[in-house]
Design a protein around this ligand. Structure first.
Ligand SMILES: Nc1ncnc2c1ncn2[C@@H]1O[C@H](COP(=O)(O)OP(=O)(O)OP(=O)(O)O)[C@@H](O)[C@H]1O
Length: 258
């Protein structure tokens, strides 16, 4: 689905990403993890075509990403970043309808099909009750769920999310990631997701890419990545790694250094 080869990016006078090579197969969920400032958001911007790499290339469905028109790309690839909506006076429902824009013909409004899709995704993200509320009147967590409904309405083949669980309480962290996982399975959706929470990353992702100081430190299965030496090397903490008693996946327990 997506293949990136030897990506590098310079911002200002610094190379903030170096030599990143990765491949995501259709239907997979790849997690990108790493400390603050390690280059996760920058990498996502290169993979989504929002920014061009200074070196290397991104192929999407075997074609260079920059050869897609904006509309063609938006029908296949949706991105959820932290700073999404510039005009906060739109209602939640209008924001979700924006996800249907790539499918609209000029001068024609939403079709009954668009309305049906918007209704469905607002039900699935539990945002229907707030459909007439203005975006700037919603809490951080409510905005996040509305933004997730918007990318679901876009019906992409590949979805990229930058820290989608920020602002969400534990109920909605699981609800949103469960919804994503179900959507991934039902529609064979491919997902690239930046997560800070290693335990959620271990629970939901099929594989993980670890960045540190703009370089990829490891790219592998959950067990290859969530292991004490690597977590200590990358984050500078001494973790205790246990086996989840029900899910049988590694989970990180934190201990204060004091
Ligand atoms: N416009 C810019 N000019 C110069 N440096 C930048 C610019 N934008 C980001 N950087 C630097 O690039 C590096 C990577 O930033 P990036 O936002 O990709 O990291 P991140 O891993 O997503 O961080 P976080 O976990 O804190 O969100 C950081 O050191 C940051 O200071």
């Amino acid at each position: 689905m997506l293949k990136a080869t030897r990506l590098a990016k310079k911002l200002g006078q610094w190379w903030v990403l170096n030599d990143i090579t990765l491949e995501v197969k259709a239907g997979e969920m790849l997690g990108i993890i790493g400390p603050n400032g390690s280059g996760k958001s920058t990498l996502l911007r290169l993979l989504s075509g929002e920014e061009k790499p200074d070196q290397g290339e991104v192929l999407f469905l075997e074609k260079p990403l920059h050869e897609y028109s904006l509309q063609e790309r938006a029908k296949q690839l949706a991105v959820l970043t932290q700073e999404q909506v510039s005009d906060l006076s739109f209602t939640a429902e209008e924001i979700v309808m924006m996800g249907r824009h790539p499918y609209h013909r000029s001068f024609f409004g939403p079709t009954p099909e668009d309305e049906r899709i918007v209704c469905r995704v607002m039900d699935e993200t539990e945002t229907r009750d707030m459909k007439l509320h203005r975006f700037n009147e919603l809490s951080g967590g409510e905005r996040q769920r509305v933004s997730i409904a918007r990318v679901m309405a876009q019906e992409p083949k590949l979805l990229m999310l930058d820290e989608p669980t920020t602002y969400l309480d534990i109920h909605y962290q699981l609800a949103v990631l469960d919804r994503l996982k179900a959507w991934q399975k039902e529609s064979f959706l491919t997902v690239i997701i930046v997560l800070h929470d290693l335990n959620l990353a271990a629970q939901y992702c099929d594989s993980l890419l670890v960045l540190k100081e703009g370089r990829q430190v490891r790219n592998g299965t959950i067990r290859q990545v969530i292991e004490p030496r690597l977590v200590e090397e990358v984050y500078g903490i001494r973790p205790v790694i246990v086996n989840h008693p029900i899910l049988h996946i590694p989970q990180v327990l934190l201990t204060s250094n004091c």
